[in-house]
Ligand binder design. Structure first.
Ligand code: HEM
Ligand SMILES: [Cu+2]
Length: 842
């Protein structure tokens, strides 16, 4: 199945004017301008390579730990160094590798799987990437200045408050919060990509399984990261300004951190694992030469795992002295999650049994993964039994368990995925011979490293400690583990070499080298920047197997968007459930704006770490300014004509607003995440209330009722006027529109001021008691969001007066109104909690 290239034309040259125009429109810039690219193929590749580098970095740290632990009483690393390295290993693996690598390959592959030309918000992906890069280098760099965090990847206070001066913990809290924001940005992008950018005909039951997993995992990121961000804010406020959220002597409680951390931390395990299952779901049918068995079951099980995983977090806290009932419930729930996981694995096995299996390197790694993961799952069921966990929790047994799950569940499928998808990134193939060598080294090395840890653990060797004394029976097992780690490392080196070795002389991979059935394998070799020659109509889960002549018709431009007449980048937007074409979306081309705004955003966090408030604030202003320029110049632009013929006689609008548009969805999804962070803070308030007999404490005046209610009413009035302004704009009543929205902005400022006055006038001192601190924090959160709301109102006023927003082209104010719905809820809840609740509980 080689591409039908002309004999005399050089390989990959355009065959006609249409192709010529498409090529020019989608061409990636060269030279230094290359870094202004925002296309998913470029950004996805950088993202993948960067997270790969962080993996290697964390891997080297693991080797250092193993060297230190090879012999008893070793002095290779000091205790302090070890703590830094141990913390960085876990944190980098989880935050800078495991989550980003999923987003990276999804950015790279999703549009291809969906027959789309790009993701809906290319600049957002680029912004997320640069944020990730800057934040990651900052966090990792700290290790070279002996300033790295050393509180473990879980950062438990009070260890990370009273006992750790220096900026290590601040680097962790601020640096990783910054990266978490980037992760959320990518999640929003991916969710909208799956929901709205599918090819016509790809109804919800035809979505490739990978797409479903993206929905589940990105959805989990959206609800799991905000609680952690909320926790980060609390802990950083305590470290930087002495607000006593976790200090029991002033009404705080370290357990609040543990809850917030593990509400994130357990779903995180599945956030890390499910993408690899997604890769399996793509690879297994290809090599079984048959469609997946039980598509619907796999989807249901994936969704079920996603939900269940939010109800398990307490199993990380079995040893903290919680009531027995709690332990029972969470223990049972932890066992239950084995069921949906099992269903997915059984569907893969059934597919392999039903098909004619062709063994290849990607499939070998899937086998390795299944075996390893199942073993880790079994020890997982053991530690889910609370009494067993009491014995094993702080020992190497758990280190063994978690690496079986993480390496088996994540690393092996990823390497399989690398061998499988490599041609789609570079048009060349990896070597099957090296692949097999790597497979054996990794599988054997892995088991030599981690199997013995179960015994060192049962013998009682504590984890998270830099050394151990001789004569406890730990010596031999530890030495074996260390030898294994080096065999494992050798395996990774073979993979790395295979990936980077020069392949200039090797021929291009054949088109669809594995004879797969899913759309991404349409890619021409060498790869074309346009992604897909024309956007097809999809009728099957495996269109390349089932739809006759599909490839030829696509290549001949017989489907949608075969041309770029206006020289603008375009892709199709379709409806959520049945993928009916709705819009011809124009996506932006190369620009440096995302890079610049990411640098400014990074400045806020990085300067903040050192308490350099002025540069931090200036960076914040810079970030806001660049983001405004980016929005102003690139989003919701009124087109030169209202509709466009996209081919096959279909006329589609170029501009739409409201719930059919991708912008509306992005705002809605972002606000769900934002609301989750806010709810987590409210959770904090009620957590204190449940553990204290006097909360709010008798000694505190509280913020009173008058000021909060006044602030709330003003802002609700502003909310109503914002909605009215949206209607007025639609009715094209310009004068009243300006007046209404302008007044709304003034009222918002007044409302925010009144709300801020509440704890201030009544003299709440946030350093005195956790009550005062949490009230201040809720107020601060709401005021900040109100100010963003004002900025949005002013933006709409400016857009309308510049003629960029009209009665017909009203996406700006439609999305702003959506933001305001959430803001109104935030205001109502804050006022209810700080002013209303104390009255009730008295
Ligand atoms: C590739 C080879 C790896 C080796 C040799 C290795 C080695 C280790 C060792 C020895 C520890 C325990 C340190 C201690 O308790 O003092 C540890 C902890 C940890 N590792 Fe790895 N690791 C590897 C890969 C990974 C991967 C791929 C991940 C995640 C995706 C990961 C995540 C973690 C985490 C989260 C901890 C902290 C556990 C805790 O809270 O006690 N590791 N690793
Ligand atoms: Cu868990």
């Amino acid at each position: 199945m080689n591409s039908p290239a002309d004999n005399d034309a050089p390989e990959g040259a355009p065959k006609n004017v249409q192709e010529q125009r498409l090529l020019e429109t989608w061409r990636t810039p060269r030279g230094w301008r290359y870094w202004s690219a925002v296309n998913n193929t470029e950004v996805g590749l950088w993202y993948t390579v960067t997270s790969g580098c962080f993996f290697l970095f964390a891997g080297v740290l693991a080797l250092l730990m193993r060297v230190q632990l090879a012999t008893p009483g070793a002095e290779f690393l000091s205790a302090d160094r070890y703590n830094q390295i141990f913390t960085m290993h876990g944190s980098v693996m989880m935050f800078l590798f495991a989550v980003p690598i999923f987003e990276a390959i999804s950015i790279l592959l999703l549009p291809q799987m969906m027959g789309a030309r790009d993701l809906p918000f290319p600049r957002l992906s680029a912004y997320g990437y640069y944020s990730f890069l800057i934040g990651g280098v900052f966090v990792c760099g700290s290790l070279f200045f002996d300033a790295a965090p050393k509180g473990g990847w879980f950062m438990y206070p009070p260890m990370t408050t009273d006992y750790q001066p220096g900026i290590g913990a601040d680097i962790w809290l601020l640096g990783l919060s910054f990266i978490e924001i980037a992760s959320i940005a990518a999640a929003v992008e991916l969710i909208v990509g799956v929901l709205k950018c599918r090819p016509p005909g790809m109804r919800i039951n035809l979505i490739p399984l990978y797409g479903w997993y993206i929905l589940v995992v990105a959805g989990m990121i959206l609800f799991a990261f905000p609680p952690l961000i909320a926790g980060d804010i609390l802990l950083e406020m305590e470290r930087a300004f002495d607000w006593p959220f976790f200090d029991p002597s002033r009404g705080g409680d370290p357990m609040l951190w543990q809850h917030l951390f593990w509400i994130f931390g357990h779903p995180e395990v599945y956030i890390v694992f499910l993408p690899s299952v997604a890769l399996m779901a793509m690879i297994v049918p290809t090599f079984a030469r048959t469609p997946i068995v039980g598509y619907g079951w796999v989807v249901l099980a994936a969704v079920g795992t996603g939900f269940l995983s939010f109800g398990l977090w307490v199993h990380h806290m079995f040893t903290t002295g919680l009531p027995a009932v709690t332990l029972g419930v969470f223990s049972a729930a932890s066992q239950a999650v084995a069921i949906p996981t099992g269903i997915q694995l059984f569907c893969f096995l059934a597919t392999l049994v039903a098909g004619r299996v062709v063994v290849s390197v990607p499939l070998l790694f899937i086998f390795a993964s299944l075996a390893t993961f199942v073993f880790g799952g079994l020890t997982g069921v053991m530690v889910a039994v609370a009494p067993f966990d009491l014995q094993a929790h702080d020992t190497y047994f758990v280190v063994g368990h978690l690496h079986y799950v993480l390496v088996g569940g994540t690393i092996f499928p990823l390497i399989g995925g690398a061998y499988y998808y490599y041609p789609l990134a570079t048009a060349k193939q990896l070597s099957p011979r090296l692949g097999k060598i790597a497979f054996w080294l990794l599988l054997v090395g892995f088991n030599i490293t981690f199997l013995p840890m179960h015994w060192t653990g049962l013998l009682g060797m504590p984890r998270r400690v830099y050394t151990y004394p001789a004569g406890m029976g730990f010596e031999t097992l530890n030495l074996i583990s260390t030898v294994g780690a080096f065999v494992l490392a050798l395996g990774f080196l073979v993979v790395l070499w295979d990936i980077v070795r020069p392949k200039g002389k090797e021929p291009y991979a054949p088109r669809n080298p594995w004879d797969a059935g899913t759309l991404e394998w349409l890619a021409e070799m060498p790869l074309k920047p346009w992604g897909i020659r024309s956007v097809p109509i999809i009728k099957s889960r495996y269109p390349l197997w089932d739809q006759e002549d599909l490839v030829r018709d696509i290549d001949d431009g017989r489907f949608y968007l075969p041309d770029a007449e206006e020289g603008l980048r375009e892709t199709l937007v379709t409806s959520v459930i049945d993928a009916r074409p709705e819009q011809c979306l124009r996506v932006p081309g190369p620009t440096f704006l995302p890079m610049i705004s990411a640098a400014f955003t990074g400045g806020v966090f990085i300067f903040g770490t050192y308490h350099w408030w002025t540069p931090s604030l200036l960076s914040g202003a810079g970030a806001v300014a660049t983001i405004l320029i980016w929005l102003w110049t690139g989003t919701a632009r009124a087109p030169e004509k209202e509709t466009k013929n996209v081919g096959l006689g279909l006329e589609l609008p170029i501009y739409i607003s409201g719930p059919s548009s991708v912008g509306w969805w992005a705002m809605f999804i972002t606000m769900l995440g934002d609301a989750t962070a806010f709810i987590s803070l409210v959770f904090g308030y009620f957590f204190y209330w449940t553990i204290h007999d006097d909360f709010p404490p008798e000694t505190s005046a509280g913020p009173g009722v008058m000021w909060p209610v006044a602030g709330g009413l003003l802002m609700l009035l502003a909310y109503g006027m914002t909605i009215a302004a949206w209607r007025l704009n639609r009715a094209d009543r310009s004068g009243v529109f300006y007046f209404t929205l302008g007044t709304a902005a003034l009222l918002t400022v007044g409302g925010a001021a009144a709300l801020y006055a509440a704890p201030w006038v009544t003299g709440l001192d946030p350093t005195r008691h956790s009550y005062d601190a949490i009230v201040w924090l809720l107020v601060g959160w709401t005021v900040l969001h109100a100010l963003v709301g004002v900025l949005m109102q002013l933006y709409c006023l400016a857009r309308r007066s510049a003629g960029l927003m009209t009665a017909r082209h009203d996406a700006d104010i439609t999305n702003v109104t959506l933001y305001w719905h959430f803001l109104a809820l935030t205001v109502a809840l804050t006022v209810g909690v700080i002013a209303g609740f104390p009255l009730l509980s008295k």
